[in-house]
Design a protein around this ligand. Structure first.
Ligand SMILES: NC(=O)c1ccc[n+]([C@@H]2O[C@H](COP(=O)([O-])OP(=O)(O)OC[C@H]3O[C@@H](n4cnc5c(N)ncnc54)[C@H](O)[C@@H]3O)[C@@H](O)[C@H]2O)c1
Length: 250
């Protein structure tokens, strides 16, 4: 679907994990679609130095989604500058893969902290800004692994499945009293980013073989889904999991 450049007009957006990979594509796509401001947040903004200067409507913010003090500061800044938030994209995520018998408590905790608690904390911190106008779109990046599981990813699968359950709850809770606050997930399949490039080639080849469309997805494939769910074109869509995975899981 080709979006016009005005779909995000006047929107204030926050994207986490925005320095590279999916978060970069999402930030650039929202900015190109006319967002008034995109706050591109990442614990490490260094990879964004090469591209962020191309956009005068993207602001870089070094933020750890698990740092409640930093989240409060971000909320204060957005409130003082714009007084509202229209779109929150929870994209930051990590992997610490290991088979069940070998996964350490640290590996479990790190992934649950960033991928699940981080989404909860960021959304809770920004909710007052979304409630300012009782309208907004929260999009959280889950994974097909959160839907159907994967070998060596107990921690990751639990975090991504948890995001789906939280989102479904928010779709009910945040519309209470007539508010138009939508919450949806995107569940990407195998997308060509550093996260997948870190996998052994043999594993990657096997995964591509399993994809009916026969290829990895691109970050832009995910960004297009985010743009749709963020925009008013999706105004009647909430509580959903949009799988963008080449037909892998259904
Ligand atoms: N690449 C894939 O195939 C794929 C598939 C399904 C889901 N996903 C999900 O999509 C999201 C983006 O993945 P990606 O492939 O672009 O990964 P990536 O590793 O390229 O980028 C993730 C970004 O998140 C940032 N980040 C990590 N911890 C953070 C924290 N505590 N606070 C703020 N930022 C933090 C990193 O610095 C990095 O810039 C993740 O949630 C991932 O689980 C990716």
């Amino acid at each position: 679907m080709k979006m016009t450049t005005q779909d995000m007009k006047d929107n204030i957006c926050i994207v986490t994990g925005a320095a590279k990979g999916l978060g970069r594509a999402i930030s650039e796509t929202l900015a190109k679609a006319g967002a008034e401001r995109v706050y591109a947040c990442d614990i490490n903004m260094a990879p964004a130095e090469s591209w962020i200067g191309d956009y005068d409507n993207i602001t870089a913010m070094t933020i750890d989604v698990c740092d409640s003090t930093a989240l409060k500061a971000l909320r204060g800044h957005v409130r003082d500058t714009y007084g509202r938030l229209d779109v929150l994209v929870n994209n930051a995520g990590i992997t610490r893969d290991a088979l069940l018998g070998k996964m350490t408590e640290t590996q479990w905790d790190q992934v649950i902290d960033v991928n699940l608690k981080g989404v909860f904390m960021m959304t809770q911190a920004m909710l007052p800004l979304i409630k300012e106008q009782n309208k907004g779109s929260i999009i959280s990046i889950s994974s097909v692994v959160g839907v159907s599981g994967n070998i060596g990813q107990s921690n990751y699968g639990a975090s991504k499945g948890g995001i789906i359950a939280m989102t479904k709850g928010w779709a009910k809770e945040l519309t209470y009293g007539g508010a138009q606050i939508r919450a949806n997930c995107i569940a990407p399949g195998f997308i060509d980013t550093e996260m997948t490039q870190a996998m052994p080639q043999k594993v990657l080849d096997k995964m591509v073989e399993a994809v009916p469309l026969g290829m990895l997805g691109t970050p832009q494939d995910i960004a297009e889904g985010v743009l749709f769910l963020a925009s008013d074109r999706a105004r009647y869509i909430s509580g959903q999991v949009l799988k963008i995975d080449g037909g892998l899981v259904f």
